[in-house]
Ligand binder design. Structure first.
Ligand SMILES: O=C1C[C@@](O)(C(=O)O)C[C@@H](O)[C@@H]1O
Length: 96
């Protein structure tokens, strides 16, 4: 598990995930979810499936959180279940 406040780290780690043969990436991109074309393009640029995760359900929050550049590129999204969102994403990653 990795954490960074820097968008470029997320881009680099997505590329690294493919280079290292990761089975999947579970990604909570935080506020970059709603702003980052760079993260969107990195997800599109790798074959490794990316599962978008959020603790909260962004669709029940402010309008600006209703757009997800990550979600447009991800295999699927799990949101709104708090920490359980990560467990559900792990379960999904293990099954495909
Ligand atoms: O940083 C965060 C947290 C979040 O990704 C979540 O896990 O609920 C949802 C985002 O909208 C927000 O910017």
């Amino acid at each position: 598990m990795r954490q960074s406040n820097h968008e470029g780290h997320l881009v680099d780690w997505l590329h690294e995930a493919q280079a290292r043969g990761a089975k999947a990436v579970i990604l909570n991109a935080g506020a970059f979810t709603h702003t980052s074309i760079a993260v969107h393009d990195a997800i599109k640029g790798i074959r490794t499936p990316v599962i978008e995760v959020h603790l909260s359900n962004p669709h029940t929050r402010e309008d600006f959180r209703h757009v997800s550049f990550v979600g447009r590129a991800a295999k699927g999204t799990i949101a709104g279940f708090g920490a359980l969102s990560y467990m559900l994403a792990l379960e999904a990653a293990a099954r495909f």
